[in-house]
Design a protein around this ligand. Structure first.
Ligand code: SF4
Length: 368
């Protein structure tokens, strides 16, 4: 249950304007991180505090990085003591690894002991955070270290927002972009991911258009996402130019044909007026040949889209290889000749376990 449910339901919290809250009168609640200023204001008022304390609380959580309510020095001492056990919902840093190019990977420990991976990717003008949406992932993509590790649970809203704040605090600079491309399949945790995107926008202050939700494709869920009418970028991991290849790389593709997936993407464009970004991981000798590029171009002809090519980062668990630079360029040339918008994602932190789920795997962290 989210704070908004407990706050707005009126059953868990009874407004009390006459008495100060005591420690024993605090009803256990979910973490406050992810709650809006309106929700926090309602919450403080329900405990007999003036409305302005809601804005103070919001500032301390999202700007000052408060990790517990006891450290909010502007609150009355007695109330702070009473709030000591109310969780904000921040994770603990378990492990930090910095690559020579400045990319930083984090293992974060959640309240129940689970470990998730987050990556901070700096460039001259940007700081991008790659967030996880689940602990592990049930999709079992064949090239992915996370997929090899199995699935434990969905993340909660505060556990997603926390990843952004953690990277922001560690770098000491504002995060400019958020991509849901870490552990997990975001559309299997859709409502929570949408709530987190909204909080990252409204509470942390990162533009909706600077956030990207990425999926390998879940039947029905693309149309559901479209109903939210988010301004966020939508990315679909195709990774293959035909059904047979896709099934080989993404087991769930057996239940969701490439044609059906592309049809849902077209519907997404119709419903939202926004283009779709297609991710395509390039695996040497498997899906990186010019005929694959031609096949892909055929599928995307006339589609309001953009193709993002991702040269593979090899992992220990499988022996897929990274294509050569000339093979990558050949692939780009075929797409461009067909007037398909295309870019190649620069590798970051290649030397340091950059691939999805790889840091966690190499750290031998158990899934459950
Ligand atoms: S690539 Fe993404 S969807 Fe596939 S197993 Fe890895 S985390 Fe899950």
């Amino acid at each position: 249950m989210s704070p908004i449910q407990s706050i707005s339901s009126g059953t868990s919290f009874k407004p009390n304007s006459s008495t100060a809250t005591t420690k024993s009168s605090i009803i256990p609640i979910p973490p406050l991180l992810g709650a809006s200023v309106t929700e926090l204001t309602t919450w403080v008022q329900q405990q007999g505090q003036p409305a302005y304390r809601g804005r103070q609380l919001h500032g301390w959580i999202y700007q000052q990085g408060a990790r517990c309510l006891g450290e909010i020095s502007v609150f009355p001492k007695k109330w702070r003591e009473a709030l000591e056990d109310v969780p904000i919902g921040r994770s603990n840093l378990d492990y930090r690894l910095e690559a020579p190019d400045g990319t930083v990977k984090y293992l974060l420990q959640l309240a129940d002991g689970q470990i998730i991976e987050t990556v901070g990717i700096p460039t001259a003008k940007r700081l991008t955070v790659c967030v996880s949406s689940q602990v592990g992932c049930p999709m079992a993509c064949d090239f992915c270290a996370t997929g090899k590790g199995g699935f434990t649970r969905n993340l909660a809203r505060h556990e997603i927002v926390d990843q952004v704040l953690t990277v922001q605090e560690d770098f000491g600079q504002r995060v400019s972009n958020v991509v849901f491309m870490g552990m997990g399949e975001p559309l299997l945790n859709l409502d929570t991911v949408v709530a987190a995107v909204k909080s990252i926008n409204q509470d942390v202050g990162i533009g909706m258009r600077s956030q990207t939700i990425s999926t390998v494709g879940i039947p029905q869920r693309i149309r559901e996402l479209a109903q939210y009418q988010l301004q966020a970028t939508f990315a679909v991991s195709l990774h293959a130019s035909n059904q047979q290849l896709r099934e080989q790389l993404i087991p769930s593709a057996k239940h969701y044909s490439l044609e059906a997936l592309l049809e849902d993407c077209r519907e997404y464009v119709n419903l939202t007026g926004r283009r779709v970004s297609f991710e395509y991981i390039l695996l040497a000798e498997l899906n990186d040949l010019p005929e694959h590029a031609a096949e892909l171009a055929e599928h995307l002809r006339g589609f309001q889209s953009h193709v993002n090519l991702i040269p593979y980062n090899p992992i220990n668990e499988v022996d897929y290889q990274r294509p050569t630079s000339s093979r990558i360029q050949d692939f780009v040339d075929v797409l461009e000749k067909q007037h398909i918008a295309v870019s190649v994602r620069r590798s970051r932190g290649l030397e340091k376990d950059a691939a999805c789920g790889q840091l966690r795997a190499s750290n031998n962290t158990p899934i459950s």
